[in-house]
Design a protein around this ligand. Sequence first.
Ligand code: NAD
Length: 468
Amino acid sequence: MKHQVPFSGHLVFIGFGSIARATLPLLLRQDHIEVERITVIAPVIEQEIWFKERGIRFVRKALTEQTFVQTLDRFVKPGDFIVNLSVEVSSLAVMAYAFDKGALYLDTCVEPWAGGYDDPHLDLSHRTNYALRYQVLDLRRRLGKGPTAVVAHGANPGLITHLLKAGLMELAVQLDHPLPQDREGIDWARLCMEMGIKVIHFAERDTQRSQRPKEDDEFVNSWSVEGFISEGSQPAELGWGSHERSWPTPARRHRFGTRNTIYLERPSASVLVKTWTPLGGPCLGLMITHHETASTADLLTVKEQRRLVYRPTLHYAYHPCNDALLSIHELVGRGWETQARQRILNGEIDSGGADALGVLLMGHELNAYWFGSVLSIDEARALVPFNNATSLQVAAGVLSGIVWAVEHPDRGIVEPEQMDYQRVLEVARPYLGTLVGQRTDWTPSGSNHRTSTDGAADDWQFEHFTRF
Ligand code: NAD
């Protein structure tokens, strides 16, 4: 399917890793994007022949804090689009640069310069995605309206916010619940509150398997190894629900901002949490920290006269592919000393696996409801070259974010929560496999679904998700 993207500038990609390689073939299918208008800047250029044969220009260079302006100035003009799909290149710096240049911008997470995720000069609160997000919100306040910069728009963060809204709409239909409105449209926080949702997981399970199993001293993943280790070593974070009765021992509050999330004094890849997806049902995921934890905690909080009235507990619960889980196990076991070798799975993945990425809405009249994308490796391969199921979900987020930015070029800095979820999902839809909405009787404590209000509140206490 093609989308009419009325874009005549240059696209400048920073980074040529698994997600850039996954996204470019998707972009080449769009009308109005001419291939000779795409430049990729990255320090390492590998597997580039297919792309070069189609006319994409490559520049072998690392962007650094000292030299990135000079490098980008050679390629970026007003009206161009910078797509930042790198690691270790500051989102904030490039976003501000794009704004000054009059260029559009998109990234898939708020990335600091190298060393920023575990800077020993920062306290734990300032190493969270909550803190990184506040830097973006400060920049937004300072810059105001201008060329659109879409922040954190891959699959998750990114599409997951739109799937959250679509899932809430599906649940509202099933519960026959009216839609509360605010000035901007549907009041999502009140909708969640009125439907009785207590906990939301951004619940993902990846069942892709390689024909070549993980070896000792090797980190294997279905997307960036560096990106996964970075977020896995940040503190775990969660929106803290108004129904919670006991405070987790390692939890701390922030001293700035809305304080709608809390963090645990634990690396997020070492926090295990029970969850559920349609791929195999119950599983044990990792409470990996993400941008959407903080941004959706703000979206779904109800306050009256600055007093908290309602918030669900919410966070990411990720069962990565088995080899990635083993890789994390090995990494944590050896005190976070990174493995000598890294491998991002693609061609060697067996047929039959899939990635299920969606929202698990819990604690309402129907007990729990999962809504999201289930995409198999076989579908992904048949749709777009250079993709596995995970990367195609991310690339669909990047593509739909680019299309939305081009259609709304003067919005300044926007997060997924400020975008039109229906339009974004319309663009991403052809690459998301099956959109599944499935009810389940599962609860973290294993008890059957209860109907009394008190029983329901007990079932959905955070402690049940982390007690084994
Ligand atoms: P990758 O590790 O495969 O590739 C990273 C790329 O960045 C490489 O091409 C590398 O050469 C480049 N790079 C490193 N240092 C650079 C520098 N100084 N200047 C320019 N380029 C540099 O990563 P990936 O899987 O392609 O992921 C890319 C980004 O997207 C990561 O930040 C990752 O965390 C993020 N991501 C987001 C989502 C989402 O759903 N939101 C999903 C997957 C990945």
